[in-house]
Design a protein around this ligand. Structure first.
Ligand SMILES: C[S@@+](CC[C@H](N)C(=O)[O-])C[C@H]1O[C@@H](n2cnc3c(N)ncnc32)[C@H](O)[C@@H]1O
Length: 391
C-alpha cells in the first residue's frame, strides 16, 4: 500500500523525510532478491547505520541559525518546512482562497483576525478580498517572516502581524468582525488549537461576527488492513526471534496518521460529531459519541479510521473540504486506530460502540481516545474497550 508513518504538524522538521527515507531503506532491503539469510540482513543494517552517520537526519542537524534541534522540536512552526507542506496542500489552501475570493462580501471593509497566521497566507487572501484591516497573530518565529512578507508585498497598511500567543496578546482594537483560522490538527483535534480560536471568538468577535470555517465534523469507518497491521503491529511479536510485544502494546495505543485506500473500506462511514465553531463551548471538544458501522461486504476488519470535514457555511454556496479516504488526499491524511481483534464480519452485520475523545489532562495538546466496540455476528462475537493516545 506504500503507507508511511505520518508525522504530526508539530513534529520537528525533517521527520517526515526521515519516515520516508527509512521506508525506502526498508523497501530496498525487502525488495532485494537476496535470500533473507541473517548474515545478509546484518550487512544491510550496518550499511543503513553508516549512511545515517554520514547524513544525519535533518532534525538532528543544526541549522545555520543559532537554534538548536530542541528549539526546532518545541517550536516546529518556526521552520519553513511545515509551512511549505501546508501551503502545498492545495485542497486546504485553495479551498480557503476560493472561500475568500468568491465571497468578498464577507470581508469588504471588515476587521479580520487571522488566528495562527503562519506565513500570513490567509491574511493576504483577506486583504485582497477588501478587508479594512487584518490582524495576523502568530506565536512562532515565523511571525518575523510574515512581517517581512507583508512588507515585501506592499500590504503594510492593511495587515498587521503581531508576534505572540493569542491568549496573551493585546490587540490594538477592541472588537473584530471576522475570524479566519486554519486550526485543524490530525484527527481534527490534535494540537488543540480550536480552543485558541474559541478564546479569540469570545474575547474580540462582535455579536453577529463570523468565524471561518464555522463547521467541523468527525467521521468514523472500518477497514481491512491485514498487511499493514502485520507490518506495524504484529512485527513486534517476533523481532529476529525475540519477543518485543511490550512495544506492540505501545504501537497499538498510538493512532497512525496515514492515507487509507478507499478499497479497504468495509462499512458505511458514520458521523461522530459536528462542531459549530461559532457557538460551541471549549468543553464541547470533549465528547462521547455512539457509532454503528454496518458491513457493506463480507470481510475482515483490522482498524477503525477517523477523518474530518470542514465547512464554510456563510458563503454564497456552502464550501469546504473533506479529509476522508474517498476524497483527494490532504496533508492530514486519515487516522487509523488498530483493533486488538481481527473481526470477521458479514454483509449487513453491525459493529456498534462508542468513541470518547478528550484532551489529555497533563498535556492538552495530546488527545486521549477511548473506543468501545462489540460485534455479535455469525462468525465473530467480540466486545472490547481500547485506549489510544495521540501525541
Ligand atoms: C496550522 S498552522 C496555519 C498557518 C497559516 N494560517 C496557514 O494557513 O498556512 C497554525 C499556526 O498557528 C500558530 N499558533 C498555534 N497556536 C497559537 C496561539 N495560541 N497563538 C498564536 N499562534 C498560534 C502556529 O504557530 C502555526 O503557525
Amino acid at each position: 500500500m506504500g503507507r508511511r508513518k505520518g508525522g504530526n504538524k508539530s513534529l520537528a522538521p525533517g521527520d517526515s523525510q526521515k519516515s520516508s527515507s527509512s521506508n525506502s531503506l526498508h523497501d530496498a532491503a525487502t525488495g532485494t532478491s537476496i535470500g533473507g539469510g541473517e548474515e545478509v540482513d546484518e550487512v544491510i543494517e550496518e550499511r543503513t547505520e553508516s549512511s545515517n552517520l554520514e547524513n544525519p537526519p535533518q532534525s538532528l542537524a543544526l541549522s545555520s541559525s543559532d537554534q538548536t534541534s530542541a528549539d526546532y522540536y518545541f517550536d516546529s512552526y518556526s521552520h519553513f518546512g511545515i509551512h511549505e507542506e501546508m501551503l502545498k496542500d492545495v485542497v486546504r489552501t485553495k479551498t480557503y482562497q476560493n472561500v475568500i475570493y468568491q465571497n468578498t462580501f464577507l470581508f469588504k471593509n471588515k476587521v479580520v483576525l487571522d488566528v495562527g497566521a503562519g506565513t500570513g497566507i490567509l491574511s493576504f487572501f483577506c486583504a485582497k478580498a477588501g478587508a479594512k484591516h487584518v490582524y495576523a497573530i502568530e506565536c512562532s518565529h515565523m511571525a518575523d517572516m510574515a512581517k517581512e512578507i507583508v512588507q515585501a508585498n506592499g500590504f503594510s497598511n492593511v495587515i498587521t502581524v503581531l508576534k505572540g500567543k493569542v491568549e496573551e496578546i493585546e490587540l490594538p482594537v477592541t472588537c473584530i468582525d471576522v475570524i479566519i483560522s486554519e486550526w485543524m490538527g490530525y484527527f481534527l483535534l490534535f494540537e488543540n488549537m480550536l480552543n485558541t480560536v474559541l478564546y479569540a471568538r469570545d474575547k474580540w468577535l462582535i455579536n453577529d461576527g463570523i468565524v471561518l470555517p464555522d463547521k467541523a465534523s468527525l467521521y468514523l469507518t472500518a477497514i481491512e488492513d491485514a498487511e499493514y497491521k502485520e507490518d506495524k503491529i504484529e512485527f513486534w511479536n517476533d523481532v529476529y526471534g525475540f519477543d518485543m510485544s511490550c512495544i506492540r502494546k505501545q504501537a497499538m495505543m498510538e493512532p497512525l496518521v496515514d492515507t487509507v485506500d478507499q478499497n479497504q473500506i468495509v462499512t458505511n462511514c458514520q458521523l461522530l460529531k459536528t462542531m459549530n465553531i461559532s457557538k460551541m463551548a471549549p468543553g464541547d471538544a470533549s465528547f462521547t459519541a455512539p457509532f454503528k458501522l454496518v458491513a457493506e461486504r463480507n470481510d475482515y476488519i483490522h482498524a477503525l479510521v477517523a477523518y474530518f470535514d470542514v465547512s464554510f457555511t456563510k458563503c454564497h454556496k456552502m464550501m469546504g473540504f473533506s479529509t476522508g479516504p474517498r476524497s483527494k488526499a490532504t496533508h492530514w491524511k486519515q487516522t487509523v486506530l488498530y483493533l486488538e481483534d481481527v473481526l470477521t464480519i458479514c454483509e449487513g452485520e453491525a459493529l456498534v460502540g462508542s468513541m470518547t475523545v478528550e484532551p489529555n489532562k497533563k498535556n492538552p495538546r495530546d488527545v486521549d481516545i477511548m473506543l468501545k466496540y462489540s460485534l455479535n455476528g455469525q462468525h465473530c462475537q467480540v466486545s472490547r474497550t481500547q485506549h489510544y493516545k495521540m501525541r
